[in-house]
Design a protein around this ligand. Structure first.
Ligand code: ZN
Length: 133
């Protein structure tokens, strides 16, 4: 794993959260993107070499909607940048971790992503992400 690529934060209202994080970070959101397959709208901020990803559900079946109804708004996942997502997925599977998707998925911000089940990771949802070249 190369670095923390981004931290994902589940929010109820993306526009309000963008206003809030623009103030906190004193920078502008550089990208918003809807990921239809995940039923989320996302907004990205750069913080040095890392990013903050805000996520709002677009329907109640979205994982983000379920997370917020259970736990409320807040930190949702940590994403680690990897060079070879298939290799890292295999490595973690062999270590006994449960992956939430069998194959890499197209994620936001031009990434291939895979999530690791939080039951094995001390309650933290971990995302692997590889830049699509
Ligand atoms: Zn993410």
């Amino acid at each position: 794993m190369n670095k923390i690529e981004h931290i994902g934060i589940a929010v109820k209202n993306l526009n309000n959260a963008i206003d809030c994080y623009e103030k906190i970070l004193n920078s502008t959101c550089y990208k918003t993107e809807e990921v239809e397959s995940e039923s989320v709208k996302t907004a990205f901020f750069s913080v040095g070499e890392n990013k903050i990803e805000l996520l709002e559900a677009t329907n109640e079946n979205s994982a983000i909607a379920k997370f917020i109804s259970k736990k409320g708004e807040g930190m949702h996942h940590i994403a680690f940048a990897v060079d070879d997502i298939l290799m890292e997925m295999n490595r973690l599977k062999n270590e006994g971790f449960v992956l939430l998707n069998e194959n890499p998925k197209q994620g936001a911000d031009n990434k291939l992503v895979c999530f690791v089940h939080p039951k094995d990771t001390n309650g933290v949802l971990i995302e692997l992400c590889q830049e699509i070249k």
